[in-house]
Design a protein. Structure first.
Length: 186
């Protein structure tokens, strides 16, 4: 798969060519599966959502909306966002009052999520902080989405955002500190 193949199919999908959705999945499936697998490895052991289901749900949301992606990087950023939203919905479902859950304040370690016992609460606290970060610093928010939910390295995320790796590292350091402070504040 080349980057231009994916970009061409994304453009065709945006033009309304429904066959493009069928052509896109085989090209991006393995990469989406790896992304989902890395996210699911951080989930609780008894989690009912599997990486394959996460990929399929995210893909359906993406192509179901007939998205308008500028390029491959933009598509994978949207995929990361879709996966984040699905995981948030799942965490909310697990942490609902009827299931005995309440929100808890957790520390934000290097990997941005707490231990497995507090996974649902951690994801919900992180989501609240991310929503605030999106307003406060959209560039740092996009970087966090690509790094944490997209599984990209700093260099890969920098390339997807069109910034230098040094700028990406600066945004990453800022975002981690900002998110830690925001979660501790609540």
């Amino acid at each position: 798969m080349t980057k231009s193949d994916v970009t061409q199919i994304l453009n065709a999908l945006h033009q309304g060519e429904r066959i493009a959705a069928e052509q896109l999945l085989p090209l991006v499936y393995e990469e989406l599966r790896k992304l989902a697998g890395s996210k699911m490895a951080q989930e609780v052991v008894d989690h009912t959502l599997q990486p394959t289901a996460l990929v399929h749900e995210a893909y359906l949301r993406l192509v179901g909306n007939g998205g308008n992606w500028e390029n491959r990087g933009h598509f994978f950023a949207a995929a990361a966002e879709a996966m984040r939203r699905i995981l948030i919905e799942e965490a909310r479902r697990r942490a609902s009052i009827k299931r005995g859950g309440d929100r808890a304040i957790v520390e934000l370690p290097d990997n941005l999520i707490g231990d497995r016992q507090n996974q649902s609460e951690s994801i919900l606290a992180l989501d609240e902080a991310l929503q605030k970060l999106e307003v406060a610093d959209p560039d740092s928010y996009k970087l966090v989405m690509l790094r944490y939910f997209g599984g990209l390295t700093v260099d890969e995320a920098a390339a997807a955002l069109g910034v230098s790796p040094r700028t990406a590292k600066r945004h990453w350091s800022f975002a981690r500190a900002w998110l830690q402070r925001e979660i501790e504040r609540n």
